[in-house]
Write a protein that binds this ligand. Structure first.
Ligand code: U5P
Length: 297
């Protein structure tokens, strides 16, 4: 980090007692070609941004789905969120499940709320995963307008291990998939069949984003979920399912609607041995699971 003259930076109010530092990393890209920040450890000062946003009285809606055996992940998800996820901010979890009786009784802190919503069971894990787009679209439309400012939509077979805070806020936020942050584009698993609405031509695409975490303003996430739902409906009518389901449609959406902020793979890692390279801190991670055992047969 290099220090700069605080008074030239135009922030004298913050600087009477502390030095201001410019935060940057030289080993990773921390900005996209369209000038959206890519958030890595070392690119922000949590004390500074917390103190700025604390004053704004903002509510973060957070959605999570736990159908079938995935209710087993809820306890760790919620408990670890209490420890690391927007600590000190108002968070409202919306939990969709087909088994409300399996929702664990996790004690939530002040200004942390949980609403449980019941869904019918589904037989295919792909349908569960894809149906999230339409359910989120309707949730935003019908309930969130006066309830929240930002929304994050997260996988449940996950756990928080480190801070996930206001540095992640933005109009439209995507998370770089941990398997694809340091590989060439031709290896990205985009949908390459032109028959699918998720089609991305060879040579196109910026990053490969995970479907396990995305967010932003209500308006932008509404448009994202609505568009993906519409595109998936067209695919169904044409008897095609995109390679990675709603994740393929999300990647297509982000290609033509660039995220205003990207989160590095610190914000979605995977609990298996993976060379971490530039990832200095794991904030949120998929837990190891046996897909064949936990998904519907
Ligand atoms: N999911 C379920 N139940 C299932 C399969 C998937 O609730 O049987 C939801 C979970 O929220 C999970 C997400 O985090 O879909 C994506 O599934 P997966 O690709 O991580 O298995």
């Amino acid at each position: 980090y290099s220090s700069i003259n605080p008074h030239r930076a135009g922030l004298p109010g913050l600087l009477n007692k502390t030095n201001l530092f410019v935060f940057f990393r030289t080993d990773v890209a921390s900005v996209t070609p369209w000038l959206a920040p890519i958030v890595w450890e070392g690119t922000f000062d949590s004390r500074v941004i917390d103190s700025i946003y604390k004053q704004q009285n903002i509510t973060i809606a957070t959605t999570v789905f736990a159908l079938g055996k995935y209710t087993r992940f809820l306890k760790d998800f919620l408990e670890s969120a209490e420890e690391h996820y927007f600590v000190g901010f108002r968070v409202h979890f919306y939990l969709f499940t087909d088994q409300p009786e399996e929702v664990p009784n996790v004690k939530l802190g002040q200004e942390r709320y949980l609403t449980v919503k019941t869904l019918p069971s589904m037989n295919r894990w792909q349908d569960i995963s894809m149906s999230r787009m339409e359910i989120l679209e309707k949730l935003i439309e019908n309930e969130l307008a006066s309830e929240a400012d930002y929304i994050f939509c997260l996988d449940v077979d996950t756990k928080f291990y480190g801070r996930w805070g206001v540095e992640s806020w933005g109009r439209l936020v995507g998370v770089i998939h941990p398997w694809f942050f340091n590989v060439p584009r031709f290896l990205f698993t985009y949908e390459h069949r032109p028959k699918s609405q998720a089609y991305i031509p060879a040579g196109k695409g910026d990053y490969y984003y995970t479907g396990a975490a995305f967010g932003g303003s209500l308006k932008d996430v509404h448009n994202l979920t609505k568009t993906c739902r519409e595109q998936m409906n067209i695919d169904t009518a044409n008897s095609i399912e995109a390679l990675w389901h709603e994740e393929s449609h999300l990647n297509k959406y982000f290609l033509y609607n660039k995220p205003s902020k990207l989160l590095s793979p610190e914000y979605l890692w995977r609990d298996i041995s993976m060379s971490s390279g530039s990832v200095k801190i794991i904030r949120f991670s998929h837990v190891a699971k046996n897909n064949a055992e936990v998904r519907p047969n």
